[in-house]
Design a protein around this ligand. Structure first.
Ligand code: NAD
Length: 305
């Protein structure tokens, strides 16, 4: 297969000073993209700042690539997009990767722990994507990657703030993939599991050793490529493996026997095992399909009665 390249493309990778973002930036830089290496450079709980994006920029340049460092906080994500425009005149790829943790059981979670996590993950992705969107629309091209987490999709003890933000990013991607489609803007979500400072005390040591961010970078780079076929997909990747995650919707069941019957708490209880039966559950592509399905079921129910 011909090498997939990014010549002429400008990529912004947030939180690219270390971990997964660094692996993404290095790979894109080695394949011809001009890269904005953004990183605030704080600790894993979001405190402090430093210029550790510089080392990644140096590594890209030493290998013959083109990159510029950006130290802005994603909460001011518009400034990061400005760095791309000021230095390279355009923006084609946006990888919303920056992230922090404030893990605590819900009882111990302060409002500040909640707000900061929402601000960095969710508001940060909003700010960068919103600023890039006008360029994507004008040039009829854009690739956006959101970064979610299995903690968001399935829940995880001690991560109420993080789970909420990470699933929020899936919701954001769902709608943006619809709004961007006619402008050839594709918005997809990566769910990574990799060794980084965020997981060093979570993953068992032998797994930590094996779960290199480099194994996920090719998946994310393909998702950022013009030839990537999917839009609105959630791609879960770790250990040189990738899969797709999506929500399914059950067939459901009527909550009463005849159309003329009332719906009561008791009739809901009576029908509950059918309501939550997931046999024959299907993925719903668009919200209109939910409405069509409901209308159809209602008609069938009334005809049967
Ligand atoms: P990491 O800590 O190595 O990288 C995150 C980077 O984001 C850091 O370099 C940090 O300085 C930067 N950052 C944090 N807040 C920022 C801000 N406000 N503005 C700009 N930069 C900021 O961790 P990682 O594991 O590489 O995480 C990357 C992303 O992947 C995060 O969004 C994380 O939630 C997500 N994720 C990681 C895993 C995993 O297994 N490592 C699992 C699920 C999700």
């Amino acid at each position: 297969m011909d090498q997939l390249r990014f010549d002429g493309r400008v990529a912004v990778v947030t939180g690219a000073g270390g971990g997964l973002g660094k692996a993404y930036a290095l790979l894109l830089g080695s394949r011809g993209a001009k890269v904005v290496v953004n990183d605030l450079g704080g600790a894993r709980d979001g405190v402090g700042k430093s210029n550790f994006a510089d080392a990644v920029v140096k590594e890209i340049k030493d290998k013959g690539g083109v990159a510029v460092a950006d130290y802005n906080n994603v909460i001011e994500g518009d400034k990061i997009i400005k760095t791309a425009i000021d230095n390279f005149g355009r923006i084609d790829i946006l990888i919303n990767n920056a992230g922090i943790l404030r893990d605590k059981s819900f009882t111990k979670m302060s409002e500040q722990d909640w707000d900061l996590i929402q601000a960095v993950h969710l508001k940060g992705a909003f700010k960068t994507t919103h600023a890039a969107w006008e360029y994507f629309r004008k040039q009829k091209y854009g690739r956006v990657i959101m970064t979610s987490s299995n903690a968001g999709i399935f829940g995880n003890f001690g991560q109420a703030n993080y789970s909420a933000a990470k699933l929020g990013l899936v919701g954001l991607a769902n709608t943006l993939s619809i709004e961007g489609a006619k402008y050839n803007i594709k918005v997809n979500t990566i769910v990574p599991t990799a060794a980084s400072r965020l997981t060093e005390d979570i993953l068992p040591p032998e797994m930590f050793e094996a779960m290199k961010p480099d194994l996920i970078a090719p998946v994310v780079a393909y998702m950022a490529h013009e030839s990537f076929p999917d839009n609105g997909a959630i791609i879960d990747s770790t250990l040189a493996y990738a899969t797709k995650t999506h929500f399914v919707r059950g067939n459901g069941a009527p909550l009463k026997k005849k159309p003329s019957d009332p719906v009561t708490i008791e009739s809901v209880k009576e029908n509950w095992s059918n309501v939550v039966d997931m046999n024959g559950a299907v993925h719903v592509d668009k919200i209109a399909d939910v409405t069509i399905d409901l209308v159809q079921k209602l008609q069938n129910f009334e005809e049967r009665a």
